[in-house]
Design a protein around this ligand. Structure first.
Ligand code: NDP
Length: 472
């Protein structure tokens, strides 16, 4: 069994205390990681800062390293996918797709390294006739990257790729329950030619190792994906330093009576509501269906849900694997039971087998039930009928969150109205809220966070725009 320590200035460093990493399906110990002390975290930030101050990689060098890393990821795709199967309980087909997406995220980051540009600034104001101005984009310095368990490879790629492409140095803390793919990523970037000090990794829990990072004010920017509670805490601890926060959502999806292909809408809602065992921030959670379609949509959704194979993530046929832990599955099960006590009806699933929760659809729900108004983060979604599209828009927006929303309609005007009126970071027409291409601007409003990801947009977050004025 392998033990991963902390990667500082190009070397793996061991620590006295270690933490087990479990196989999320079998529950067996699969690897161990070190638990970074305050001294180790301080050393990692020391090295990241020293590297930032003394070494530079040209945009072309950053491009070459990130592209080379993408090539190595491709060669080791199966090995990396199997790590995700074991550390995250991700089903094999989703694990392969996540590695594929991570590769694309690295390629896009590499390309962005060559495109960092400021802009010309017009100074059309009396008194500035003899001045010329433009901006340049410069790296922020040391980036602290804190990542969640649900997409441990691609969400780490979304932080490390742009940070390196922008010319920063990084201290990364992966989620303690899924740290192995991030450790492998660090090794592969080193193999691809990333010199020591540019990417450092500290393992351990958020409450200890994460806190030590937050307390180190030499970190110029935190890029975080995770829960709103921790996001809020990070914001409160970082004062006037920059933060990019990708947080939760209880994604609404509206299926209007003129949906161009209702069967496709059913298929997408069900498969994207349950993929990754529903543990995705843009997972389909609330489906609002026009009353004309409600009965047939609901029946078809149950049929599709029942056709999904649930169980061992290593089996290439499995669609839905375990949740991240039995505790989390119990929490979701309790939310379902609470909703049932309050009048909801389970029309499929609802049962739990250890960490595996059967794909569950609920109807007759009320807006105040947790399965509706909070982020369920489990293979669970609700279907609610509506008569009036304005009411569907109102219910969709009746949320503290605002990451992405979906709408199925053939009406161009309605689609454009939704784009204007629905207060979300993204509105997806004729696909579900779960749609994400890794190059697109991705990020939410309200409690869903601050700032955008997608390499081009993340590079803007991870660089400072500096003004240059020249007196002619
Ligand atoms: P958490 O917020 O629990 O954890 C995320 C990361 O933060 C982990 O590395 C965790 O460490 C760390 N952390 C926890 N406490 C602290 C702290 N006090 N200081 C510093 N770091 C800390 O989220 P989950 O891992 O449970 O991920 C699920 C959440 O992520 C959901 O709410 C989901 O919606 C959101 N998410 C958002 C996405 C988006 O792009 N908007 C995408 C994917 C998920 P550790 O766990 O090791 O203790």
């Amino acid at each position: 069994m392998q033990t991963y320590g902390h990667f500082i200035n190009g070397e793996w460093v061991e620590s006295k205390e270690t933490i087990p990493v479990l196989d999320k399906y079998t529950g067996e110990e699969y690897a161990r990681i070190g638990k970074a002390s305050k001294e180790i975290v301080t050393e990692a930030v020391d090295q990241a800062l020293k590297t930032f101050q003394t070494k530079k990689l040209s945009p072309a060098e950053r491009y070459e390293i990130l592209m080379k890393a993408a090539e190595i990821f491709k060669e080791r795709k199966e090995k990396l996918a199997m790590i995700l199967v074991r550390e995250a309980g991700k089903v094999l087909k989703d694990a392969r797709q996540e590695i594929e997406r991570g590769i694309q995220t690295f390629i896009a980051s590499a390309e962005e390294a060559k495109r960092i540009a400021g802009r010309g600034i017009p100074l059309g104001q009396p008194g500035s006739e003899n001045k010329m101005a433009f901006t340049i984009r410069v790296p922020v310095g040391v980036v602290g990257a804190i990542t969640p368990f649900n997409f441990p490879f691609n969400l780490t790629a979304h932080k490390v790729g742009p940070a390196i492409a922008a010319g920063n140095t990084v201290v990364l803390k992966p989620a303690q329950v899924t740290p192995i793919s991030a450790c492998e990523m660090v090794d592969i970037l080193t193999e691809a030619g990333l010199p020591p000090g540019f990417l450092n990794l500290v393992n351990g829990s958020g409450r200890e190792t994460g806190e030590y990072l937050l307390e180190d004010d030499r970190i110029a920017l935190f890029t975080f994906t995770g829960s709103p509670g921790v996001g809020r805490h990070i914001k409160s601890k970082t004062g006037i330093r920059k933060v990019a926060l990708e947080l939760g959502n209880n994604s609404p999806n509206i299926v209007h009576k003129d949906a161009p292909d209702v069967d496709k809408a059913v298929q997408l809602c069900v498969t994207r509501g349950f993929s990754n065992a529903g543990q995705a921030c843009i997972s389909v959670q609330r489906v609002y269906v026009h009353r004309d379609l409600y009965e047939s949509f609901t029946q078809k959704a149950v049929d599709v849900a029942k056709s999904l194979k649930v169980g061992n993530p290593e089996d290439p046929q499995t669609d839905i694997g375990p949740m991240i832990s039995e505790n989390e599955a119990q929490r979701a099960e309790a939310w379902i039971q609470e909703a049932v006590q309050q009048g909801a009806k389970v029309i499929c699933g609802g049962k739990r087998h250890g960490a595996v929760l059967e794909p569950t659809i609920l109807v007759d729900v009320k807006p105040e039930m947790k399965v509706v108004c909070e982020e369920v983060f489990a293979p669970v979604f609700t279907i609610v009928p509506y008569d009036d599209i304005d009411d569907a828009f109102r219910q969709a927006q009746d949320s503290n969150y605002g990451l992405q929303a979906g709408l199925f309609t053939s009406d161009l005007q309605l689609a454009l109205r939704a784009a204007h009126e629905l207060h979300f970071g993204g509105v997806i027409i004729n696909d579900v809220s779960t749609y994400r291409a890794d190059v697109m601007p991705y990020g939410g409003v309200k409690d869903s966070g601050i700032g955008k990801e997608g390499p081009h947009y993340a590079l803007e977050e991870m660089t400072d725009e500096k003004l240059v004025v020249i007196d002619l």
